[in-house]
Design a binder for this molecule. Structure first.
Ligand SMILES: *Cc1c(COP(=O)(O)O)cnc(C)c1O
Length: 247
């Protein structure tokens, strides 16, 4: 190591790991409020989903004590363990991870929302397995943002057919779309990806789907998502700090 000037402090700190849980929550809420104001939107149209994957029940409890109610999880068993430990709290749980067929029964029974539906077979299982005593499962279809080398999400060409089929299933209500664009520090590229999702959302609404939810934007790109119409931002790192175990 040389002793040259330390330029690291010039990098924006998106980790948000500093401060108490309530300070981190307030910092994220301030970012959301600033973006909502820049977009000329009504703050009531934006919800914060705290993504607690890899963090323990105590970390969730700390954030809940600051007033946060909605939490997102990617792994079923991990989520069920936290739900059991936190059943004294009035929390709302959202499933946001890839969905395996053998996990649909637990997801249908233990979550209020699922953001990551990308196949009809999975939607049909969630529909059939949603317990009758519960309100309809609130569902977003995950769309694959083009240019993304990845992962989940229905290809754009199949979105309309999937939305049509999902919207007819009992036990669930199709609320909108979710997307995870490839991370980039380039704000213009972030906005272009989110704008594409917004276009798909508007097209479905134009076809008569009563959708009100655009789940997009994370710790590194929530401002761009809000400027392009996000209604739920899913934030992990900026609230809980860097994840040490898995992505
Ligand atoms: C982990 C995760 C997030 C949170 O990402 P951060 O960059 O930590 O804010 C949001 N959405 C999904 C689907 C995730 O898996």
């Amino acid at each position: 190591m040389d002793n040259g000037p330390d330029t690291r402090k010039l990098e924006p700190d998106l980790s948000g790991a500093a401060g108490t849980p309530c300070e981190r929550l307030q910092a994220v809420q301030a970012r959301i409020a600033a973006a909502v104001a820049e977009a000329g939107r009504d703050a009531a149209t934006l919800r914060l989903l705290a993504v607690s994957k890899t963090f323990d029940a105590a970390a969730v409890r700390d954030l809940a004590a600051c007033g946060q109610r909605a939490f997102g999880e990617n792994y079923v068993q991990e989520a069920l363990d936290k739900q059991t430990a936190l059943q004294d709290l009035p929390l709302e749980w959202h499933f946001i991870g890839p969905i395996q067929s053998n996990k649909t029964r637990a997801i249908a029974a233990h979550f209020s929302w699922v953001h990551s539906v990308d196949r009809l077979k999975i939607a049909e299982r969630l529909s059939a397995q949603r317990p009758l005593g519960l309100p309809p499962l609130q569902v977003c279809i995950e769309v694959n943002v083009s240019g993304e080398a990845s992962k989940g999400g229905v290809p754009p060409a199949e979105l309309s057919g999937l939305a049509e089929a999902v919207s007819k299933l009992p036990g669930m209500q199709l609320r909108g779309l979710m997307a995870i664009p490839a991370p980039t520090p380039d704000a213009a590229a972030q906005r272009a990806a989110f704008r594409q999702v917004r276009g798909q959302f508007d097209a479905l609404r134009a076809r008569g789907h009563a959708l009100d939810t655009l789940s997009m934007g994370m710790s590194g790109d929530l401002e761009a998502a809000i400027l392009e119409g996000a209604t739920i931002v899913r934030v992990g790192t900026a609230l809980f700090g860097e994840r040490k175990t898995y992505a």
